[in-house]
Design a protein around this ligand. Structure first.
Ligand SMILES: Cc1cc2nc3c(=O)[nH]c(=O)nc-3n(C[C@H](O)[C@H](O)[C@H](O)COP(=O)(O)O)c2cc1C
Length: 370
């Protein structure tokens, strides 16, 4: 039986050995933006477990662009050195490609850690001033961000460029720009958060101007041989907000500027969003962008069954599938998917004795391929 999920996929000169991606997942475990032992363990476990690509979590391009004080960053030499340890581990032991997502939290910055009481930090907890397209707060209890003026926009663009240079120097295989989930670039895209009257607000074309400028500036310094993609929210899931038609146009504009794939997520902009959750609930957005724009897509959101993932790839709805919670629950998801789909998957040599097809006597309760 041949599996579409386990066929290689190339973007520019980077080839992924299969279509399975570990979605970026904030760990809130960094110190001053620098990766810790937790990150080495968290990311390390996946590169010995078979996915084609592992994404490093949303990584802030400047300190005030962190969601929380535990966020990863790539704005200092210390941050760069801490990430080098992880890249080196991948080169030495890993079987997966390693990508990184660069981000700026915009008006959703200065938040508590998810396991602390919800809501923004209080001044006595070290709150910092968040920035955004307009002084419109995320929701009740949130302070309005400081609106970025032209000089402020330049500072942020330059921060993305510098972080891109650092990512290139570190040797990441792939780079992703985070323009989803209600963070800074998404805030520019949606008229619910962007009330500007200059050339960065108003029409759709104006609202996408800053995200496109950031993308272009990153593409100019990111190696031509390596892929650069963008995570978007295909919709705000809210009345009067950004929607799939906007997303299709945005994807087409990104493609013209050298974008290699769109990672199609959704929501996060406003607390009153209305999402109907279900298996693969965002896959139709990835399929539509792939079909209408002719760009590679990554589907994400409640994809956690091997046959479901296989059907998404085989049916041409997306080129890649990303899993987040499913990977935390079962870090060896790719091994188990290969077994379920009858695909060949090489285990790291240190772990070969755990391959059920090679050592069936060690797994009397399961037969490979079933
Ligand atoms: C712990 C955790 C952290 C996350 N952090 C990020 C992040 O850094 N960047 C991002 O784009 N999405 C982030 N997400 C969203 C996931 O990447 C993914 O889009 C979402 O969880 C839906 O996929 P799932 O149903 O497979 O979990 C996070 C999700 C989880 C569970």
């Amino acid at each position: 039986m041949s599996s579409a999920l386990f066929t290689p996929f190339s973007l520019r000169e980077t080839t992924l050995s299969n279509r399975i991606v570990v979605s970026p997942m904030c760990q809130y475990s960094a110190q001053e933006g620098s990766a810790s032992d937790w990150h080495l363990m968290h990311l390390g476990q996946f590169c010995v477990s078979g996915p084609g690509l592992v994404m490093v979590e949303a990584t802030a391009v400047e300190p005030r662009g962190r969601i929380s004080y535990g966020d990863l960053g790539l704005y200092s030499d210390d941050n760069e050195a801490a990430l080098r340890r992880i890249v080196t581990f991948y080169r030495e032991y890993g079987h997966s490609r390693l990508g990184i997502q660069l981000a700026h939290a915009g008006r959703k910055a200065s938040d508590h850690l998810p396991w602390e009481p919800p809501g923004p930090l209080a001044p006595e907890e070290g709150a910092w001033t968040a920035v955004g397209p307009s002084p419109v707060s995320y929701g009740e209890g949130w302070p309005p961000p400081q609106a970025l003026d032209p000089g402020g926009l330049e500072i942020i663009k330059e921060a993305f460029v510098q972080a891109t240079r650092r990512a290139a120097r570190l040797g990441f295989d792939l780079l992703e720009l985070h323009a989803a989930h209600g963070y800074l670039l998404h805030e520019f895209l949606s008229s619910l958060s962007n009330h500007r009257r200059d050339s960065y607000g108003g029409s759709r074309e104006n609202r996408r101007r800053f995200p496109l400028e950031v993308f272009e500036a990153m593409r100019a310094v990111w190696p031509a041989a390596k892929p650069l993609g963008v995570r978007i929210s295909a919709t705000d899931y809210a009345e009067g907000g950004w929607n799939i038609e906007d997303a299709v146009e945005f994807a087409a504009e990104l493609q013209k500027r050298g974008c290699d794939y769109i990672d199609v997520s959704g929501g996060g902009l406003v607390p009153h969003q209305k999402i109907t959750l279900g298996p693969g609930y965002q896959v139709p957005f990835a399929a539509r962008i792939r079909q209408e724009v002719g760009i590679a897509t990554m589907a994400v959101g409640m994809i956690n069954q091997p046959r479901q993932a296989e059907a998404i790839i085989a049916g041409g709805q997306a080129d890649l599938v990303a899993l987040a919670r499913g990977m935390l629950y079962d870090p060896r998801w790719a091994w188990h998917a290969a077994e379920a789909l009858g695909a060949e998957l090489e285990y790291p040599r240190q772990y070969r004795r755990a391959h059920p097809a090679r050592w069936p006597q060690a797994f009397p309760s399961r037969r490979a391929g079933e």
